[in-house]
Design a protein around this ligand. Structure first.
Ligand code: COA
Length: 260
């Protein structure tokens, strides 16, 4: 598949996805959402893809938000549709069942911060800046920011960022749990690929059940979430990789997982 707004490279079982509109600091427009949607749908059914890295083209930005040029001309129904389609794409990424890593190589603002939050894990360059500046444009986040941010870092901290509209550096983002780890800028790409490869080498069915348990369970009352966990635990015990993983431990050797 070739895209106009994305660069996609497959490195073994890791898909490296670069949002590629550097002249607009990789701002998200309708075309980018439809291409991301197609890419995620393809990755979902491709057993050769076990993990994704998502990053931005150029040296300045991961993603500087929704494309304000496009946004400025939307009426209420157009804006609702824009938000709903962005939410669907980020939801599909979050629920892909395969881990994704945001390699935040610069500004991650508005939709950029929301995209990073829809990824499974977040690494940021020490030069990166994150924030939800929508309020200063007279709008609110539309791609999940008002929901995922509070779930990730707690309501109080989320409200301070959402209402303040300012930017925070990577070190502060790590301190409040918005990102997993700060990495020196020059090492970000290699570190993200290394982490993605580590995750890609894990038994993919166990990884999928784990992601399902965490994400679907978070929306359920505890009792039902625990039932879901036990059910997925049972399912994981039916896999060849579970037999191999436990046998390899008992035989004191490295397991060879087949993804079945
Ligand atoms: N949508 C569309 N274009 C954008 C954009 C966005 N979200 N963010 C940046 N751009 C464009 C700028 O218009 C500029 O285009 P130009 O060269 O044709 O004038 C180019 O990207 C470079 O941005 P610029 O503002 O000149 O860079 P800067 O280093 O001075 O500032 C930012 C960088 C990220 C602080 C600033 O671009 C910014 O605040 N962007 C908007 C962030 C935002 O509000 N996002 C939420 C949107 S809902």
């Amino acid at each position: 598949m070739t895209f106009e707004t994305l660069l996609v490279e497959q490195h073994g079982t890791v898909l490296l996805v670069t949002l590629n509109r550097p002249r607009a600091l990789n701002a998200l427009n309708g075309k980018m959402f439809s291409e991301l949607s197609a890419l995620i749908a393809g990755a979902a059914i491709d057993a050769g893809v076990r993990a994704l890295v998502v990053t931005g083209a150029g040296t300045k930005a991961f993603v500087a938000g929704a494309d304000i040029t496009e946004l400025a001309s939307l009426d209420a129904e157009g804006a609702r549709h824009f938000a709903a389609s962005g939410q669907a794409v980020f939801g599909a990424l979050e629920r892909l069942g395969k881990p994704s890593i945001a390699a935040i190589n610069g500004f991650a603002l508005g939709g950029g911060c929301e995209l990073a939050m829809a990824c499974t894990l977040r690494l940021a360059a020490d030069t990166a800046e994150l924030g939800q500046p929508e309020v200063d444009l007279g709008i609110i986040p539309g791609f999940g920011g008002s929901q995922r941010l509070a779930r990730l870092i707690g309501r109080g901290r989320a409200l301070a960022l959402l209402l303040g509209g300012g930017r925070i550096g990577a070190v502060e983002a790590e301190r409040i749990g918005l990102i997993n780890r700060v990495v020196p800028e020059a090492e970000l790409a290699s570190e993200a690929m290394r982490l993605a490869q580590q995750l890609a080498d894990k038994p993919p069915l166990a990884v999928r059940y784990l992601l399902n348990a965490v994400y679907a369970g978070a929306d359920l009352p505890l009792e039902q979430a625990l039932l879901l966990e036990a059910t997925l635990f049972g399912l994981s015990a039916s896999t060849a990789d579970m037999k191999e993983g436990t046998r390899a431990f008992l035989e004191k050797r490295k397991p060879t997982f087949t993804g079945r």
